[in-house]
Design a protein around this ligand. Structure first.
Ligand code: ADP
Ligand code: MG
Length: 173
């Protein structure tokens, strides 16, 4: 299988961390849409949103998603990628989409432990666990609808990689 693998899920579910580990396990290249977008714009997401607003950021995100998609690549996406139906259709039609699903408590714990790594503009201005709860409540159904496979992302990165590989093998059999 050389189809691109798209990792989707909430901030802190491990798209970047697990994505990098997955590429080592399957020999694919790794691309993170947030990182690619920031490198092209030569600005942080926070700066882009401040300068241009969320909708301009979302347009950049769609362009980035499409431009980085190629065979044998693991593509870690931004948490809000599923807000655009264009992105959802594109991912479903051009690769395998994996939802890294983790409970609010796990997501909040990770974001609180490493706030600098998941640095993004706050979406609601509320405390982390409240924001994670609200955002997941709004987006969980979209992640599930978009995904070909839902994988439990609360274990270690190695465990999550194993679950992804199992899901992909089952799909191929
Ligand atoms: P995302 O890209 O989905 O926002 P990251 O990969 O940046 O998530 O992970 C957010 C934080 O959680 C990082 O500090 C990372 O080290 C940690 N983390 C990610 N996945 C796991 C995991 N499976 N187990 C423990 N910590 C993790
Ligand atoms: Mg990330």
């Amino acid at each position: 299988m050389t189809q691109p693998i798209f990792l989707i899920g909430a901030r802190g579910c491990g798209k970047t961390t697990v994505g990098e580990a997955l590429t080592r396990a399957c020999g694919f290249a790794f691309i993170d849409t947030d990182q690619a977008l920031q490198a092209k714009a030569q600005r942080s997401i926070a700066e882009i949103v401040e300068d241009e607003g969320w909708s301009a950021f979302r347009a950049r995100e769609t362009a980035t998603l499409q431009s980085v998609t190629q065979p044998a690549t693991v593509i870690a996406t931004g948490g809000g990628i599923i807000l655009s139906p264009i992105n959802c259709d594109f991912m479903r039609n051009n690769g395998v989409v994996i939802y890294l699903n983790a409970p609010v408590s796990v997501l909040a714990e990770r974001l609180e432990a490493f706030p600098e790594e998941a640095q993004r503009p706050t979406l609601t201005g509320k405390p982390i666990s409240e924001e994670v709860h609200e955002v997941l409540a709004q987006r969980d159904a979209l992640y599930r609808q978009t995904a070909h496979h839902v994988v439990d992302a609360s274990g270690s990165p190695e465990q999550v990689v194993r679950e992804i590989l199992t899901a992909l093998q089952v799909a191929r059999a």
